[in-house]
Design a protein around this ligand. Structure first.
Ligand SMILES: NC(=O)c1ccc[n+]([C@@H]2O[C@H](COP(=O)([O-])OP(=O)(O)OC[C@H]3O[C@@H](n4cnc5c(N)ncnc54)[C@H](O)[C@@H]3O)[C@@H](O)[C@H]2O)c1
Length: 297
């Protein structure tokens, strides 16, 4: 089976090499001539988007999706989808797979209709569609791509991920299948959780500095990674057991926040957490108005 990878950057390059190591037949397509030449110099098969390419049964789109002025920019994705759409051959039972990070709803509301529009083909009947988020770490791209912890396949319809699951069996790692939207959302939950954790410890580091504890910060963070259940139990906090409760967590958050405010210490994350907890307790589904002139003023 011939596989095309569109975008030979961090993700596309590492993923394609991991597939090649399992014996897959990969052709890369990249709009950057230097990247294409680089791959060719290594004896790999790569082309520019306007060069002839063989129709494939699997297309993985790994192009960039930057955020520009707060909005996801989809030019690279649109261009690569347009090209792939013209190459689809229903007799090959093709599957189009997006690996780029895209916002919830993008696959079903935009990408699939766009492929149908350009190709004149119909989802399910002529082609399958999968959203398969990438979890690799940029600095460890090659190692992560060749030994992934887990794969998440968002399927347009049940069974659309079959061809992808088959090649992933060679790479290894558990495969979980969900809807398109669930997979799109999961990728943002994944990234935002990592951001939250880094941000939290950065804020706590500033507090420790103010208490002249810089020399001991590493030690207390290291102990926290052993003492806090949220660190050592991966399932902690992920089940729907209602708002933060118990004898300690709510009272200690409020006391610590008051203590910080009285010392002109700032923790936007803890302030937001306090707001989030009261929102959960009152079952509000939107954050309170933070601006001046809110109804409680
Ligand atoms: N870098 C990471 O660590 C990482 C991890 C997980 C997910 N992601 C996501 O994966 C996606 C790709 O990220 P990346 O870091 O590999 O990006 P990248 O910038 O390294 O690579 C993108 C490649 O796509 C090529 N390209 C752009 N438009 C094209 C087109 N029309 N046709 C063919 N090729 C085209 C570019 O020339 C470039 O080589 C993004 O959505 C990113 O958010 C990245």
């Amino acid at each position: 089976m011939k596989i095309e990878i569109v975008g030979a950057g961090v993700v596309g390059s590492a993923f394609g090499r991991a597939l090649i190591s399992q014996g897959a037949n990969i052709q890369w397509v990249d709009s950057n001539p230097d990247r294409v030449q680089d791959l060719r110099n290594q004896g790999l098969h790569a082309t520019l988007p306007d060069e002839n390419a063989d129709p494939c049964s699997l297309y993985f789109l790994c192009v960039q999706t930057p955020t520009i002025r707060g909005e996801q920019e989809r030019t690279a994705l649109r261009e690569s989808l347009a090209r792939v759409a013209t190459l689809l051959r229903p007799e090959l039972s093709p599957t189009v797979v997006i690996r780029s990070t895209i916002l919830p709803g993008t696959s079903r509301d935009w990408a699939i209709p766009y492929i149908e529009h350009v190709s004149g083909l119909r989802r399910n009947e002529h082609f399958k569609f999968v959203y398969y988020p990438e979890f690799l770490r940029e600095k460890h791209a090659a190692a992560d791509a060749s030994a992934p912890r887990i794969h998440l396949l968002g399927e347009c319809e049940p069974g659309h991920g079959d061809a992808v699951a088959k090649i992933l069996a060679d790479i290894g790692g558990p495969v979980v299948r969900v809807s398109l939207e669930a997979a799109e959302l999961q990728k943002y939950i994944h990234n935002n959780f990592n951001t939250l954790k880094i941000g939290f410890f950065n804020e706590m580091r500033r507090v420790a500095e103010r208490l002249n504890l810089t020399a001991e910060t590493e030690a207390i963070f290291s102990v926290t990674s052993q003492s806090a259940e949220g660190m050592w139990n991966p399932a902690y906090g992920t089940r729907d057991w209602g708002p933060v409760s118990g004898n300690c967590l709510p009272k200690d958050l409020e006391a610590f926040l008051s203590w910080m405010r009285s010392r002109d210490l700032v923790s936007p994350l803890l302030e937001g957490l306090s707001m989030s907890s009261s929102m959960e307790s009152t079952k509000q589904n939107a954050l309170p108005n933070l601006g001046k002139g809110s109804s409680s003023d």
